[in-house]
Ligand binder design. Sequence first.
Ligand code: ATP
Ligand code: MG
Length: 266
Amino acid sequence: MPAPSNHSGMHCSTGHTISILPGRTRTGEHEPFDRIDIGPGDTISIVGPTGSGKSAFISDIEVFARGDTATGRTILVDGRLPDEAFVRDPAQKPVALITQNTRCLTDLTVRDFLAMHVRSRKIEKQGIIGETIALANEFTGEKITEEARMTALSGGQTRSLMVADAIMVSCAPLILLDEVENAGIFKDRVIDVLRLHHKALIFVTHDPLVALMSDRRIVMKNGGVAKVLEPNGSEVAALRSAKEMNVLLSRMRERIREGDLITGVA
Ligand SMILES: Nc1ncnc2c1ncn2[C@@H]1O[C@H](COP(=O)(O)OP(=O)(O)OP(=O)(O)O)[C@@H](O)[C@H]1O
Ligand SMILES: [Mg+2]
């Protein structure tokens, strides 16, 4: 796999620290952590069974909960409750949420859609549209062109473009990805690129490779955080074998797509 190219969101200011203060599980128990701090470049995966509260956790961050959601959690930005304007103004909002259902209901081409967004944010950087599309194309196997209509993009292309747009145009310092299953986007690539850009990433994942690649793993149970794991290198052997298996599986996936019969090992 090639090294991530050095696209830069140079016009973006540096990131914020987002903190999560504990709430309650579905049955009212206090969550067993003091505070979870997320800074620039951190990657955190959220794991746990169906219905355990993964999406609710991500949603608390997206809405900057102040003890006013079902979970009772509170979100701080740089150690304080964020100002109302900061949270409501999309141009200032420091998080971008991308879900399985993220679609763009606009009949514009990709180029015009990005141009509109760049203009609305008064960004003057030359070439930003091409760079954003090039970045999106690092996350998806099906290439996006400038002339494609937004409504004609596949789910994976749309999410890839939204992640690239959040990095390059919105300058969101924290990206939230909520994916029900494999959603046609190279998540290991997203992790590498976001680290390179010093962006923080929190994602719901069922994929062992991406879970092992993240710095911390939040384990959800019964609506609450049950554990915060910090492997600190103790999982390197597992990560190495997950990467090897991933290469093998990717090769098989590619050949299956091409219509081959797989009669040997890869
Ligand atoms: N701490 C809580 N207190 C009360 N209700 C909660 C709590 N956490 C989550 N819920 C509610 O429980 C339901 C299931 O939670 P959620 O959708 O977050 O699960 P999930 O882990 O994302 O599941 P899936 O894997 O199916 O996407 C939601 O309606 C959510 O609002
Ligand atoms: Mg969910």
